[in-house]
Design a protein around this ligand. Structure first.
Ligand code: ACO
Length: 400
């Protein structure tokens, strides 16, 4: 219906689009997806080429600034990130307020939001310099904060970051080193970790990125906005899916035909809320290009570790084969998404399941902050969707 949208006598079309299936919320020059063809480009570069030839830190620069860095720009950017990896010593007290068995995502939501309390010096979002330093701080500190979640969970002392290491090596070091035993970083793990960071770096207006933009449109500080994004990512329909995939593979137990078929049938049963985790995507109606690279990385890592015959990998591959031949999945164009194979790699590296979504949040921080930066740097309005009211018409409050 044509309605007076703003109550100001101006006419406009009011759309009702639950789930934003056909509504663009913004203009963006960061990431392009063609869901029908299975294409994903960051600033024009295909994700498979980036995964092969670039690295996470360079991708961060590209997403945030729009172009690949020159050699000097890369060196300065990387050095600046290394210089900001430490978190304020007071922040350790924040962790200690949580139960030891708290889910690391709940701790992460809290500590990232709490970062704003430490950086009053650069929270003027109208200044480019402040926006840039906030972005750098977030990219640099996320691995430190994430590893601290894990260390707190298992009751080990926190590790300070090591600025002589690469981004991925430093994360592995902070996760797995302890005062009794220096962790020897396996270069295969470091490379796989970097690739996982890259494949999760950005994905245009997904639920968590839209949440960051919506929060940012009110003028909220970037740390608060990223914390909102982390909360949105936590759900099993979004970032929580990588954790859910491994739980599902555990539940399936073995790769026998009848066992896998039982779970496929369960996923097809409309009276059963169960869905095949790591399958399907709002935008892709074809192979998720990230899933292809993830599957190759999975084969590479497990092959190099002599685990090519890993039981969970066998279940995953058989599940994929059976689903891709099943009319239900074919008709609905449901393919494995990025999370279908990431959990198997993370597990092989030694990362516990409850840290999977934390790693997704770390990797996606660059996407979130790039979208926030793009929005705040241009013209934007406060995000304020309307609704289709279906409640009572006006009625009088009874006075007797
Ligand atoms: N298993 C079984 N059926 C599915 C699945 C699945 N994984 N995904 C979608 N379907 C079915 C739906 O039941 C629906 O069937 P219908 O037409 O008969 O009603 C049809 O496919 C379309 O699904 P929708 O839910 O309408 O698709 P939507 O775009 O809203 O949802 C989503 C996308 C949330 C990703 C969904 O596919 C899903 O829940 N997948 C499992 C969770 C998952 O892996 N999430 C990670 C997404 S990627 C990411 O965030 C990094």
């Amino acid at each position: 219906d044509v309605v007076d949208v703003r109550g100001l006598g101006a006419e406009g079309v009011f759309t009702y689009d639950p789930g934003f299936m056909a509504t663009s919320s913004c203009q963006s020059a960061i990431t392009y997806i063609d869901g029908a063809k299975g294409v994903l480009l960051h600033r024009g570069y295909p994700i498979d080429q980036l995964a092969k030839h670039s690295n996470y830190v360079e991708l961060c620069y590209l997403l945030l600034n729009g172009e690949r860095p020159s050699k000097e720009e890369y060196q300065t950017f990387e050095r600046t990130i290394r210089n900001h990896t430490m978190v304020h010593e007071q922040l350790a007290n924040f962790y200690k307020g949580f139960r030891r068995d708290a889910h690391p995502m709940s701790i992460l939501c809290g500590v990232v939001g709490g970062l704003a309390a430490f950086y009053h010096d650069h929270l003027d979002i109208t200044r480019e310099e402040d926006r840039q330093i906030s972005a750098i701080r977030l990219i640099a500190k996320m691995p430190t904060l994430a590893a601290m979640c894990y260390k707190y969970n298992i009751g080990q002392p926190f590790n300070y970051p090591r600025n002589d290491m690469s981004y991925a090596e430093n994360f592995l070091y902070m996760m797995f080193s302890n005062p009794c035993e220096e962790y020897q970083i396996n270069p295969v793990f470091a490379k796989a970790m970097d690739r996982i960071f890259m494949l999760h770096a950005d994905h245009e207006q997904n639920a968590s990125t839209s949440t960051v933009r919506l929060a940012g449109s009110t003028g909220a500080n970037p740390f608060a906005c990223i914390s909102a994004g982390i909360a949105a990512l936590w759900g099993p329909a979004h970032g929580g899916a990588n954790e859910a995939v491994l739980n599902m593979l555990d539940e399936i137990g073995d790769d026998s035909e009848e066992n896998i078929q039982r779970f496929i049938d369960k996923a097809k049963d409309k009276d059963d809320p169960f869905r095949l985790m790591g399958f399907g995507h709002r935008v892709y109606r074809n192979f998720d290009p990230r899933a292809k690279v993830m599957k190759e990385t999975c084969d590479e890592v497990l092959g190099q570790l002599g685990l090519a015959d890993d039981p969970q990998l066998r279940i995953a591959k058989r599940l994929e084969e059976i689903a891709l031949e099943d009319e239900y999945f074919v008709k609905r164009k449901l393919y494995p998404n990025v999370d279908f194979y990431s959990g198997i790699i993370l597990k092989a590296i030694g990362i516990p399941t409850n840290m999977f979504t934390v790693i997704f949040a770390m990797s996606r921080t660059i996407g979130w902050i790039s979208h926030w930066h793009e929005m705040i740097s241009g013209d934007y309005k406060i995000g304020r969707p309307r609704q289709l009211y279906i409640g009572h018409p006006q009625r009088d409050y009874p006075t007797e």
